[in-house]
Design a binder for this molecule. Structure first.
Ligand SMILES: Nc1nc2c(c(=O)[nH]1)N[C@H]1C(S)=C(S)[C@@H](COP(=O)(O)O)O[C@H]1N2
Ligand SMILES: [Mo]
Length: 312
């Protein structure tokens, strides 16, 4: 996603992955030629670590998984830059230990969770989900995580808790991108309570059986597979239960383009491009985008009676 003034971007400006990879290969070649071995090494993701005791789950897909390399080098994480390869190059400065997540607001049990305690809160499972970015590309990713509902139950929300707000890290010392005013920091997202409680909604701590790479939102992020990617907030530090609909970062940036709900909906165009089709990273031909990203059987009932053109 890029934040530009209206009409600044056309869908054709979104770099197709094959061209992007070509460019990257070229750049890597130039770095090698400069003899910048240290520079190249700094740009590599940290050594991956396997997570023990991850269970298989019923959430599988009959679709090819996007290669690890693409999942971890083609990213949106504006705190580390707006280019797709910026997060992989820059996120090594993020410190993921010690890390705490504050759970507060309209709950009986407000608590500060240490990340290592959070990772043991519920059994970790592998879930293969489709992810679809509002920019028109998609991936299939084997996440490791636990349902957000498990955390919510332990917090014991009060009757006033109607929404959940997710606040992510905002530290200019670790995140070079937040020095730029491209968005209002911290990055904030939100869900309605029933969306947050939905069994598909995942707190992810890993992918491909390994600890979440920093560029993918380590140490903990949200994954909401029936919504556009920007709902899946990375590197979360606070979860607040609130009565009013949260004011999310992308709504503040461009209210006519990014609504609160942000359900994947091929029938509602982005004001500057169609959402009817998408490019699966690694494939050449575009495929049709599915209503609710293919999760309609599970989530359509959450929106029964709502005008999805109005509540986009
Ligand atoms: N904190 C934070 N979370 C974020 C973003 C971001 O810029 N900052 N980008 C969002 C967008 S637009 C997408 S598509 C997904 C990308 O996740 P991935 O890079 O792991 O595929 O992260 C989302 N979460
Ligand atoms: Mo996105």
């Amino acid at each position: 996603m890029r934040l530009l003034k209206p009409n600044d971007i056309s869908p054709s400006e979104i770099t197709p992955p094959e061209i992007y990879r070509e460019r990257r290969r070229f750049m890597q070649g130039s770095i090698a030629l400069l003899g910048g071995a240290a520079l190249a090494a700094a740009g590599e993701p940290q050594a991956a670590t396997r997570i023990a005791g991850v269970r298989a789950s019923a959430y599988k897909l009959d679709e090819d998984k996007t290669p690890y390399k693409d999942v971890t080098t083609y990213n949106n994480f504006y705190e580390f830059g707006t280019g797709k390869d910026d997060p992989a190059a820059n996120a090594h400065t993020l410190r993921t230990r010690p890390w705490t997540v504050r759970v507060e607001g309209e709950v009986k049990k407000a608590r500060t969770w240490d990340i290592d305690a959070l990772m043991k809160l519920a059994p970790l499972e592998e879930r293969v989900y489709r992810m679809r970015c509002v920019e028109g590309w998609s991936m299939v990713i084997p996440w490791v995580g636990f349902p957000l509902a498990e955390l919510i139950r332990r917090a014991e929300p009060t009757g006033n808790a109607k929404y959940v707000e997710f606040v992510t890290l905002n530290d200019p010392k670790q995140m070079p991108g937040v020095r730029s005013r491209v968005l209002d920091w911290p990055y904030i997202e939100g869900l309605r309570m029933d969306e947050a409680m939905h069994p598909l909604t995942l707190m992810a701590v890993g992918l491909y059986g390994e600890v979440l790479p920093k560029q993918n939102g380590a140490p903990i992020r949200l994954v909401v597979p029936w919504k556009y990617g920007f709902k899946s907030a990375k590197s979360i530090v606070k979860i607040r239960f609130v009565e009013r609909q949260p004011h999310t970062t992308w709504m503040a940036a461009a209210p006519s383009e990014y609504g609160f709900y942000s359900n994947v909906n091929p029938q509602v165009d982005h004001p500057r491009w169609s959402q009817a089709r998408e490019r699966r990273i690694g494939e050449f031909l575009k495929r049709d985008t599915l209503m609710f990203n293919g999760y309609g059987a599970q989530v359509a009932s959450l929106y029964r009676g709502m005008d999805l053109q109005k509540y986009f």
